[in-house]
Design a protein around this ligand. Structure first.
Ligand code: ATP
Ligand code: MG
Length: 296
């Protein structure tokens, strides 16, 4: 169960990276456990490796939205979603304590291993992400920051038999606290309807993010529109432009296009997306490896 260990206090050890207004550390959590032994209560301490996501102390003004994210994460329990152990406040720092996902962010992993990624591997990533998002859809929970850097890899799955195993990370600080410029930077991950008004954030927003993620996965973790200026990114949405569909896998390209529909109600349900992906797998389409596409 995701309830926090009692009397836990985390220690941060190694800096893993910076996020949006956060710093991420690997650390340990000492959990004091009570054991009944023939009427005697015994205490023992267990050390657990954890990830600490610490909100910058300069951004204490957004502690509340930060903890709203944590509260959303506390409501979920799914094998493809990162487990939040709990939250804590240490001096002036607000911290989310999460499970360690061994191989880190998917985008970096895909850059490192781009030669080894098969279509079948990418299909499994898509399927697992769709199952996590379908679970959130059923619970009426919005993630709000679906992108390849927020997908973590628990198993690499490059040796053929087992396949990859992903976990969707928490969304971090909600987009409602971001500046307009920060939102423009997130184009094309952030859904177009959230550009003018972040109140438009909804389950449909995550479908757009899922579409962008599919694009990136098909292109081995490439960042979409990475060479475009902020003004160009804005124009991209204003003109209702579309991403070039990947040719490596036309079935995923099709799904991507359905999800990246400028009209939110027209985006498919994750249930339907899962059904499509399962059907394609049954037809064995995914196990034939096609040559990788060049990006134009
Ligand atoms: P954002 O809200 O922008 O996503 P963030 O605070 O979540 O910001 P990220 O950029 O997503 O920060 O994560 C920073 C780095 O920390 C990632 O590249 C990843 O390598 C590492 N990381 C984050 N969470 C975990 C985890 N649970 N296990 C292992 N590594 C992690
Ligand atoms: Mg993140």
């Amino acid at each position: 169960s995701p309830s926090p260990p009692r009397q836990a206090s985390p220690t941060s050890l190694e800096h893993l990276g910076r996020g949006t207004r956060t710093n991420i550390y690997a650390g340990t959590l000492s959990c004091r456990e009570e054991e009944e032994d023939g009427g005697n209560v015994q205490y023992s301490t267990r050390e657990m490796r954890v990830v600490l996501k610490i909100l910058d102390s300069a951004h204490r003004d957004i502690s509340l939205p930060f903890f709203e994210t944590a509260s959303m994460m506390r409501q979920v329990c799914h094998k493809h979603i990162v487990l939040l152990h709990g939250v804590c406040v240490r001096n002036l720092e607000n911290i989310m304590v999460e499970e360690v996902v061994e191989f880190g962010a998917l985008d970096l992993f895909m850059h490192r291993k781009s030669e080894h990624l098969s279509t079948a591997w990418k299909f499994l990533v898509a399927k697992q992400l769709a199952s996590a998002l379908s679970y959130l859809e059923d619970k009426n929970l919005v993630h709000g920051n679906v992108c390849t850097k927020n997908i973590l890899l628990a198993r690499q799955g490059l040796d053929g038999d087992s396949g990859p195993f992903i976990k969707l990370s928490d969304p971090g600080v909600p987009i409602t606290v971001l500046s307009r410029e920060e939102r423009v930077e997130r184009i094309p991950w952030i859904a177009p309807e959230c550009m003018d008004d972040t109140k438009n954030l909804s389950i449909a927003t995550d479908k757009w993010g899922f579409g962008t993620t599919l694009w990136s996965v098909c292109y081995n973790g490439e960042l979409p529109l990475k060479d475009r200026s902020l003004a160009e990114k804005e124009r991209f949405y204003e003109a209702h432009c579309k991403m070039t569909p990947p040719v490596c896998c036309k079935e995923l390209a099709e799904l991507m296009q359905q999800c990246m529909n400028y009209n939110p109600p027209e985006r498919p349900f994750f249930r339907a997306i899962m059904r499509d992906i399962n059907r394609l797998q049954e037809q064995n389409i995914v196990y034939e490896d096609q040559p990788r596409a060049e990006i134009d």
